[in-house]
Structure formats: C-alpha cells, structure tokens
Design a protein around this ligand. Structure first.
Ligand code: FPP
Length: 238
C-alpha cells in the first residue's frame, strides 16, 4: 500500500513504478477563459512542471507524458510554434533540474521533423541526463502505431525473421521503462488516442474531467488512491 510521509507528500511502492499522462484539455481551458488556445498550452506546461515535481518527490521511477502526437501537426502553425517554444524553454530548464533530481530525459518519437536546433538540443539533454536513475519520457511527435511498426522494422534489420513479443518490447521507444502501471487522462475523454497501445495491455486507467492546466497534486493523489484501491489480476485469478 502507498504511504504518506509527514508533509503529506505521497510516496509509492514497487507496485507503482510508472505513471503515464495524457495531458488533455489545454485548448478548452483557454477558450473557456476567452484566451487563445496557446495560452492553454502555457498553463498546461506549468501543470506539467508541477506534476514532474510531485513525481520527483514521490520518487516515482518512470513517468511518461504525451506532449505532441504525430497527428498534432495538423493544428494551426501558431499553436504548433507555441508548443515547440514551450519545449525549447523546458530544455533550457531541464539542464538545471536533471542532476538535482537524478532524472533521465528521453524523447519518444521520431525527431526528424523538428527544427535542426531543437533536435540537437533534445539529443544533448538525452545524453547529459543518461546516467539519471529516474526516467521522464516525453512523447514528442509520437504515435503508438508507428512506434510498433518502427520496433518491428528495427528487429528485422537486426536480423530477426520471426518477431516475438520480446523483440517488440526491446525496440519500442519506451524500451527503458516497464509498461505503465497507471495511465491518467485529463479533460473527460476516455480513449488512448494512439498512445502506448502496446504498453497499455495491463495498465490501469484513470480518467478525470479536470482539464490539464488544473491538474495538480490533489488530482494526482486521487488518481493514485484509485490505483491502490484496485486489484490487478493480469488475466489470472489474482
Ligand atoms: C492536448 O490538449 C495537449 C497538447 C496537444 C499539448 C500538450 C502540451 C503541453 C502540456 C505543454 C508543453 C509540454 C512540454 C513537455 C513542455 P488540447 O489542446 O488537445 O486540448 P483540447 O482538447 O481542450 O483542445
């Protein structure tokens, strides 16, 4: 069971080592305030930072966030540019937080469509943080179906002729993390939207109507309490 430390800070045990987040609702948060959608992403990035901090305090070993999907390129250029700028700002900041938090940052997805400078800074952060013990996966230009195809092609190019489940596990972008124990989606939608389809086979799901910019430590606690109230049976009798 999970325990609360003195300062009401959540801790987790080995049954909860990976939480993945679908950070949905930035646009609705902004439009409901009469603001441009981009402001929602700014507020969403602030919520993301706070949740990274909560997960650091909990000593969670693996965290994954869905920051930009392969489908998000169809959004207006201004909105895409804002998200890229937020990523770039986070890369500056990440330089300072990786050591303090023993964090390893990994970008999931195909980096090739990003601007050259952004690409090289993403690689640089991945390298600089490579000895970190706790993993933060940031899915950027990520799509789960193309990840699975990529994993199969990697295995084939490594000489495999018959592909096993293990070959796919070993070649996913998330290969350094176990499957998520818990997947949280904000903003009331109850679907995976091409996120971690393979990895989610036995994940627990938590959906909340709270829009991502309002998702905070309290919301995270609710999700974790819900997780610990469940019995995971993995298709067996438990
Ligand atoms: C989904 O909400 C959110 C996104 C497509 C972008 C998520 C980006 C961030 C939280 C900020 C940047 C992240 C980092 C790593 C710095 P939506 O826009 O689809 O919301 P809606 O469904 O209400 O329109």
């Amino acid at each position: 069971m999970f325990k609360k430390k003195k300062r009401e800070v959540l801790t987790c045990d080995e049954s909860l080592s990976h939480i993945a987040f679908i950070m949905d609702g930035n646009g609705r948060w902004a439009t409901s305030r009469g603001l441009p959608r981009s402001s929602g992403h700014v507020a969403g990035a602030a919520a993301f930072r706070k949740i990274v901090e909560c997960c650091n305090q909990m000593q969670l070993k693996h965290m994954t966030v869905y920051a930009f999907s392969t489908e998000n390129w169809s959004r207006p250029k201004e909105e895409i540019d804002r998200i890229m700028k937020l990523l770039s700002d986070y890369l500056d900041e990440a330089e300072r937080i990786i050591d303090k938090n023993d964090l390893r940052i990994i970008f999931l997805g195909d980096k090739s469509p990003f601007a050259r400078e952004l690409r090289s800074r993403m690689r640089e952060i991945e390298q600089k943080s490579s000895s970190g013990k706790r993993i933060l996966n940031i899915a950027m230009n990520y799509g789960s179906r193309s990840e699975i195809v990529h994993a199969v092609n990697e295995a084939l190019s490594n000489g495999k002729r018959v592909i096993t489940e293990e070959d796919i596990d070993d070649n996913l972008y998330t290969k350094l993390s176990p499957p998520p124990d818990l997947i949280i989606r904000s903003a009331g939608e109850m679907r995976l939207s091409n996120f971690l389809l393979w990895q989610a086979a036995y994940s627990e799901f938590y959906f909340t109507d709270t829009l991502w910019p309002d998702f905070d430590e309290k919301e995270l606690k609710k999700a974790i309490e819900s997780f610990y109230s469940r019995k995971r049976k993995y298709g067996g009798l438990g």
